[in-house]
Each structure stands twice: as C-alpha cells, then as structure tokens.
Ligand binder design. Structure first.
Ligand code: AVI
Length: 345
C-alpha cells in the first residue's frame, strides 16, 4: 500500500466558466445525489470513478496523462504512431472504414488512426460517442480543421448503461466497415462483468466485418504500477481528492480534502490497482444537499476507483466471449500495453 502523507503539491485552478468558484451549484444533479448517498452509507464506503470527471477532475486527468510515471498514455500513443497504418489496413480488410470512439476525450491518439485512414481512403467519418454533449463539442471542431478529409458526426449516448439494449450508431454505406475504438485502458475502470456486458452490447449493434479496437494496460511490476497511481508531484492525489471538493461544490458538503490521504494499492488477487481516500482522523462530514451526516473512523476508507490490469491474452478472451473473433494484437517493446482488434465474422 502506498499512502501520500503530504498534501498535494498540485492544486486546481478554477475553470474560467464562472461556475467552479467554490460556491455551491444552484441545482443538485439527482444521479450524483443518489449515487453519493448510496456510496457513503454503504460499508465499506465507496464512490464510483465517473464522479472524478467534473471540469477540474478532467483537467487533472489530462495532467496525469503527461506525468513521467503515468506510462499508459505515451505507451499506447507510441503503439499507434508505429502501427496506425497496419491497424487501419487490418480493420478495413479492403473496405472503407469509419470510426466510432467510445468516450470523446481529446481524441489525441485517435488522430493517428484518422490520419492513416485519410491517407488510405482520402476521407473518413469519425463518430465520437459520449454522454456529455459539451465533451464532444470542442474536440470535434478541432479535428475537422486539423485533419482535412475527416467528417465528425458526434453521438450523444450513454454507452455504459442500458442493459440488454442494442448499441445503435446509425446506417452506413454498403461497402463500409465500422471500427469501434475503446482505448486508453478505459475498459480497466469497468468491473469484469460490466466490461463483458459493454462489449456484448456494442457487438449486438455491429455487422459482419465490423471491428472493435481495445486498448488495455498489462500487468507489470508492482512498483511501476504503484508509481503510475501515486506520482511524486501529487497530481493523482489531487485528482482523487477533487472528488471530495466536487461534493463540497455540488452537494453543499464540508469535506476537508486534506483530512483524507490518497492511497493507491495493488490487489494481486483481482489484478487491479485500487484507489482509496483514507480518513486521517475520526471525523463527521455533513452533506447539506443530501441532508446527511457521515461519520468516519480514523483510517476508514472511501474506495474510489479500480483500474484492472490485463495479462497477455486476456483481452482476446474478453473479445471472444463478447462475440468478436480476435484478429490482431499490437504491443510496445516492453510489453506494457496492448491494442487488440476483434472482428465480427
Ligand atoms: C481513465 N482511466 C483509464 C485512468 C486509469 O488509469 O485507470 C484513470 C486514472 N486514475 C488514476 N490515474 C488515472
């Protein structure tokens, strides 16, 4: 276990939109409210990782991806830089390809694939899928400007929920194949059962020849993994604690984020990095927006994230279980990260 004992040296600069100024938000998001009530009244206490990503949390995550210890982003980017042409050729199999990406993000790594597709077929349709329309806005405009030949068709959709429901992305040309991209080790933040359910839903909305490109972080030395989730500059600690600051802003809570230590630990039995917030003292916290008071014992934790690490071959097993035929894998020379292509037969 590694606990960051000192306060984070990385602080959040309030976003420029006038909303994140420390005052309580005007209205309470019901989904956030229900989730937080459930999570903080259960034992052990837990909060889901999606709560990290408010405006401040998203900026902190972008900062994490640049950290020397956080090898994931740059390793996956290097795989794409080296193999984009091969990935596109393998997925296209002679047809025209169009891309759908789960989670919009900055699409920084996807650009490498889009460029390779434009080189190959002159133009390409890119469909970023996200629950948040605002997350899609900026990224889309920039890509069309930066890569002539790319047409962006954003889709606002909650791809993480909707048990049993089909995942519909709309019609395509006769000679087109769709490649659904889910990269950045995002699958690692899903429980194994949820991951399988998500892939099955996506598979149900695809046709023969379409593909799924999955980026997974692989098991490696415990120290390397722990450093990636407990960096020296304290950015990951700030990311973890921002969750409490978010509850202060949105739910009128009075958490003192520094009264909680950031803890990252490797759980070998579950093959996952866990993040927790550990109460440094016995304390009571009130959440005015929920009319709720929560007691914490000294050392009691809130479990905030799981990040599953795959062993080689495991992503292909997942693809197969979801109904895709494993078609190709690309990895880096250290074997730290894998990009796996599954196809619908
Ligand atoms: C977004 N996700 C893949 C990141 C991860 O590595 O699990 C989130 C993260 N948590 C701490 N650092 C980064």
């Amino acid at each position: 276990m590694s606990v960051a004992a000192s306060p984070a040296s990385f602080s959040v600069v309030p976003a420029q939109r006038g909303l994140r100024t420390g005052r309580v938000e005007d209205s309470v998001d019901e989904h956030v409210a229900t989730t937080v009530r459930e999570g903080l009244t259960s034992r052990p206490k837990r909060l889901p990782a999606w709560l990290f990503y408010d405006a401040d949390g998203s900026r902190l995550f972008d900062a994490i991806t640049e950290l020397p210890e956080y090898y994931l982003t740059r390793t996956e980017r290097a795989i794409f830089a080296e193999h984009a042409d091969g990935i596109v050729a393998e997925a296209a199999g002679g047809a025209r390809l169009r891309f759908a990406e789960l989670g919009a993000g900055s699409a920084e790594k996807t650009r490498l694939l889009l460029r390779a597709a434009v080189d190959r077929q002159h133009s390409v349709v890119y469909e970023p899928v996200d629950v948040s329309a605002s997350a899609l806005d900026g990224a889309c405009e920039r890509i069309e400007l930066e890569i002539p030949g790319v047409t962006v068709r954003p889709r606002v959709m909650d791809y993480t929920h909707g048990d049993g429901e089909r995942f519909h992305l709309g019609p395509m040309g006769v000679d087109e194949r769709r490649l659904v991209i889910f990269i950045g080790s995002s699958i690692g933040n899903f429980e194994p059962r949820e991951a399988l359910r998500l892939l099955r839903r996506v598979r149900a909305g695809l046709k023969s020849g379409d593909g799924f490109l999955l980026g997974v972080d692989l098991v490696k030395s415990e120290n390397t993994l722990l450093d990636a989730y407990d960096d020296a500059a304290g950015v990951t600690a700030a990311f973890n604690r921002n969750l409490l600051a978010r509850l202060n802003r949105e739910l009128d809570a009075n958490f003192d984020p520094e009264a909680f230590a950031h803890c990252a630990l490797w759980n070998p039995a579950k093959s996952r990095i866990e993040m927790h917030l550990v109460s440094r003292v016995a304390q009571q916290v009130s959440l005015g927006g929920l009319d709720l008071a929560i007691d914490f014992a000294c050392g009691e934790t809130i479990h905030t994230e799981n990040s599953y690490k795959y062993r080689p071959g495991q992503a292909n097993e997942l693809l197969e279980e979801a109904g895709f035929a494993p078609a190709a894998n690309w990895t880096d020379e250290r074997g730290w990260f894998a990009v796996c292509l599954g196809q619908v037969e």
